[in-house]
Design a protein around this ligand. Structure first.
Ligand code: ATP
Ligand code: MG
Ligand code: MG
Ligand code: MG
Length: 568
């Protein structure tokens, strides 16, 4: 899209706004991307909206490519659905509640699990219609206790939220992998320095989860990662460990079946007295940091989940033995509930951020309880649960590869395997192959579309303003004619170049304001336009134009003829 500044609302300002703490917030105000209406509520100005739409388009493209289908659900949601899921009580004051004229309760959607589950339970009846992945890009409302950093933590924001539905946990795990890949593609295309990290599942619940973090000093989360292996986790994981009573119960029980210390999987299988001919393909391991006791769960081997996972593990998974579900449940302690028809089938996810395939991330069916680094190779020590509270820069990575770096991250994406939490509570069932009515397995996948804009600025700025990654820039090229209103030659050249850009489909902004050159240059730099061509009488005399990339130190003279081609 092309534009002339004379016809474009430029709202740049010189002064740094006093109440903006972080650089992205300052620059979004100064460059004229947003304006505040009230705490945590912002208007997107034309320049900001162009950036937001670019992010949105990339997200949409990658979601479509990944096989998800776009829908649009209401922002206003009836309380009944939230009562069904139990979250009307559970969600707390972040849920903005309203009443209609008939005194009925509603909320403004902070997320859409309930609404999408209501849709799918009505539309989907058979396993043959699954899997299904629906998404929307839409305004979310959360009454944040501390809205801050501009649109980074606002009370109204744009989110892409997707929800997938499955007959089996294995199908869910497959889509989760596809979404993990799509998210990596999105953040790569956006030109961001990001890390997928193992995450807590928070109030949404469910079993496994990754967050995608953009690295930035102003981030609100600490993330620990090893570039040696690709291991990465959110340090808040540590807080998500089970309460000490659960831990004690688990390790006491476990003492009967496994002695403290380091165990190989074979040793563990032996100490559990598991018959050698039994094959169990999925194992969840915990080593308690306080007591040193390993705690192990050996899962049922006959569930499809495990079989499919076994294929994925081909060549590296040890054949293991199994214990009965009740025994496993007893071992885990009270903290572990049931995942419905699969009993204690706990999804095991190949951590694709790990370079070494032998490392896996396990999730347990307790909100926010995650176990990582399970090593599937025989004869290697059982891993210990991550306690990242005390890690410091340079500590060895829990996966044994490389050392940990600890950096601040901004959460821009979050994917979950929800399991049957919502489908059970809301009776979202399908008929399976055997004609049995079973709850669907669900995944949910969020991206903070508007937060990405701020996160990108945190990573891409200099003393003169924003330095957008190409994919997000509001315009690719600024044409800055000098003295256009006096020089016919400059005006003619500018118009010609502008027309060429329009014809070539280049996102161009022509600064045809009657302003001093310094003002125009400062504005174009502040707004972060990646390429700039200056047209002046002096260089035109030699048939040359002045080109400068946003981060170049010096401008260069390029021949007028073919200048656009030269920039490609
Ligand atoms: P946070 O930890 O920052 O509060 P969250 O974990 O509550 O985020 P999710 O429920 O995972 O958020 O929502 C998906 C995505 O929506 C987040 O990864 C984030 O990028 C974005 N998001 C969440 N809350 C806000 C907000 N208040 N303002 C802008 N974006 C947000
Ligand atoms: Mg939050
Ligand atoms: Mg979070
Ligand atoms: Mg989150």
């Amino acid at each position: 899209m092309y534009m002339r500044t004379s016809n474009f609302l430029i709202c740049t300002q010189k002064e740094t706004p006093a109440d903006a703490e972080v650089i992205s917030h300052q620059l979004m105000l100064r460059a004229g991307l947003i304006r505040k209406l009230a705490a945590g509520l912002y208007t997107w100005l034309p320049l900001g909206l162009r950036v937001l739409r670019k992010v949105e388009a990339i997200v949409r493209e990658e979601m479509d490519r990944a096989g998800a289908q776009e829908i649009s659900m209401p922002v206003v949601q009836p309380a009944e659905l939230w009562e069904e899921s139990g979250r009307w009580e559970e969600y707390g004051p972040e849920l903005l509640r309203i009443k209609d004229r008939h005194d009925r309760d509603f909320c403004l959607g902070p997320t859409h699990e309930e609404v999408v589950t209501e849709l799918v339970r009505n539309e989907i009846k058979s396993y043959k219609q699954l899997p299904l992945n629906l998404y929307q890009i839409q305004t979310k409302v959360r009454d944040e206790i501390r809205p801050r950093f501009g649109i980074m933590r606002s009370r109204e924001f744009l989110m892409k939220d997707a929800y997938s539905f499955h007959e089996t946990p294995a199908s869910l795990a497959d889509t989760y992998d596809v979404m993990h890949g799509a998210y990596s593609a999105i953040f790569t295309r956006l030109g961001l320095d990001f890390r997928p990290v193992i995450a807590d599942t928070g109030s949404i619940g469910g079993s496994s989860s990754h967050e995608f973090h953009v690295l930035a000093g102003s981030g609100e989360d600490d993330i620990a990662f090893s570039d040696g292996s690709g291991y990465a986790a959110n340090v808040e994981m540590a807080e998500a460990l089970p309460h000490s009573d659960t831990r004690a119960a688990a390790s006491d029980d476990m003492a009967e079946v496994a002695t403290p210390g380091v165990h190989t999987i074979d040793e563990l299988a032996n100490s559990l007295a598991i018959p050698a001919e039994t094959t169990v393909k999925t194992l969840l391991v915990k080593a308690d940091d306080d007591t040193g006791s390993p705690v192990a769960l050996v899962l049922r081997g006959d569930h499809q989940l495990n079989e499919i996972k076994a294929e994925k593990l081909a060549g590296i998974a040890s054949p293991l033995a199994m214990v009965e579900e009740d025994a496993a449940r007893a071992t885990c302690g009270a903290g572990f509930g049931s995942l419905g028809p699969v009993g204690l089938a706990i999804p095991v996810i190949v951590d694709r951020s790990a370079a070494v395939l032998a490392d896996f991330v396990c999730g347990a069916n307790k909100d926010g309880f995650h176990l990582t680094g399970v090593n599937w190779e025989r004869d290697l020590p059982l891993p210990r649960i991550e306690d990242l509270r005390n890690v410091v820069q340079g500590d060895p990575s829990p996966d044994g590869n490389g050392n940990l770096q600890i950096k601040r991250g901004i959460e821009v994406g979050h994917i979950f395997q929800l399991g049957t939490k919502y489908s059970e509570a809301m009776q979202a069932n399908v008929l399976n192959e055997n004609g049995k009515n079973v709850p669907m397995f669900m995944g949910c996948y969020g991206i903070g579309v508007s937060r990405i804009v701020a996160a990108a600025i945190e990573q891409n700025h200099d003393d003169n303003g924003i330095t957008w990654p190409t994919a997000m820039a509001p315009f690719q090229l600024a044409i800055v004619p000098l003295n256009m209103h006096k020089s016919e030659a400059v005006a003619a050249c500018a118009e010609e170049l502008y027309a060429d850009c329009v014809a070539a489909g280049i996102d161009v902004l022509m600064d045809d304001r009657n302003e001093r050159p310094g003002v125009k240059f400062a504005d174009m730099e502040l707004m972060g336009i990646p390429h700039r061509i200056v047209i002046g009488d002096r260089t035109l005399a030699d048939d040359k134009l002045e080109y400068k990339g946003r981060s170049d130190d010096e401008a260069t003279l390029l021949p007028r003829e073919g200048i656009l081609a030269a920039l490609q």
